[in-house]
Design a protein around this ligand. Structure first.
Ligand code: 4AZ
Length: 271
């Protein structure tokens, strides 16, 4: 069930085919792209278009590297020995192939702590980011004595209605096709309503995904930010998953809708 093999915990099925077909139709109908309402200026921002974040302020944000230390993805410490990340960061890898780095804001330093893994749980239905279920849990060999971030539950939807601001964090590329960041960056991103996400993103499925970004682009998560946190109201509401390029106009980034998976993840975190 853990450590390479897939768990049989199930209970979620999506409606990807219908959703994708509908999105494709809407996308065809949508040219030129419909106007996303441009929200008011964010409180604390201007990752792509992000600003530096203190690891002390976001201590549950972790970097996931390959065993040689090269950066791969982000993750969130959700229990002392459990890191939530994206399935696409972990698929096809063994626990020995990955390391978790906590407390290190600048990846070119030796700060913080490194943890080896003893297990990898990947959502049993995961196939591809656009089909949803892009969640995985890494079990650390030793717990971390650091704050953890609670998962959003199905009762928390008011924390992130359309237009409300969320915060994305990561060490990913600072431009599409650019270099990853040595420093942890943060960006405030407004939630985009599900119908608009569906209209502009083929494959978007509101039951398992949410989308966030600006009509004009410019600020977004990017390659390398995958698996990292999207937060609102002090809870983990999203896991960075996919997008069409980075920070392009009318192409919001896509995040796993954590609340959908919270009941299942709770079981996994207790296992
Ligand atoms: C990626 O490749 C990726 N703009 C992550 C997030 C986004 C795009 C790509 C969102 O991991």
């Amino acid at each position: 069930m853990w450590s390479g093999t897939r768990s049989q915990l199930s209970g979620f099925r999506r409606h990807a085919t219908l959703g994708a077909a509908l999105a494709a139709v809407l996308l065809t109908l949508a040219a030129p792209a419909p106007a996303l309402a441009e929200p008011p200026a964010p409180p604390d921002s201007r990752v792509v278009g992000g600003i530096r974040a203190s690891i002390l302020e976001f201590p549950w944000t972790v970097a996931i590297t390959k065993s040689d230390g090269s950066p791969l993805c982000g993750g969130t410490l959700v229990a002392p020995a459990m890191v939530l990340t994206a399935a696409h960061c972990a698929i096809g890898r063994q626990p020995k192939d990955l390391l978790v780095i906590a407390g290190r804001e600048d990846l070119l330093t030796l700060g913080g702590e490194i943890r080896a893994l003893t297990g990898i749980w990947i959502h049993p239905f995961y196939t591809d980011v656009r089909a949803g279920d892009d969640v995985a849990v890494l079990r650390l060999a030793l717990p971390l004595a650091r704050p953890t971030l609670p998962l959003a539950t199905p009762a928390d939807t008011l924390l992130y209605g359309p237009g409300s601001y969320t915060l994305a964090l990561g060490w990913g590329r600072t431009a599409e096709g650019g270099f990853p960041s040595r420093y942890l960056l943060k960006a405030a991103l407004p939630i985009v309503g599900d119908p608009l996400c569906q209209a502009v993103l083929a494959g978007f499925e509101a039951s398992s995904m949410l989308c966030a970004g600006y009509a004009n682009g410019g600020v977004d998560t990017c390659q390398g930010d995958s698996g990292g946190p999207l937060i609102a109201g002090g809870k983990l509401i999203g896991v960075t998953s996919w997008g069409i390029g980075c920070a392009r106009p009318y192409q919001p980034g896509v995040y796993v809708r954590v609340s959908t998976y919270q009941p299942l993840l709770d079981l996994v975190l207790r296992s």
